[in-house]
Ligand binder design. Structure first.
Ligand code: ZN
Length: 78
């Protein structure tokens, strides 16, 4: 009796093709704590993103800070 081997095609987990979204954090100059600016960006767009000077109300010290692109720390968006 011949044995037939049936091969399943290897199943690859589907790569996540969704955009890799990052949160934009900046460091509070008064408390040195990281603060979420509430903004997000697709990671691959970050190197070419043009960002003007922004302001945000800091949750740590209560004042308004300005930030530009160089102040930003990209963090994984939850
Ligand atoms: Zn602050």
């Amino acid at each position: 009796m011949a044995t037939r081997f049936l091969f399943d095609p290897p199943r690859r987990p589907k790569p996540k093709t969704g955009p890799n979204i990052k949160s934009l954090l900046v460091r509070c100059p008064s408390t040195s704590k990281l603060t979420d600016t509430g903004r997000t960006i697709e990671e691959k767009r970050w190197p070419t993103a043009k960002i003007k000077t922004q302001k945000f109300n800091c949750a740590h010290c209560g004042s308004v800070h300005t930030w530009t692109k160089k102040d930003v720390i990209l963090c994984r968006y939850q």
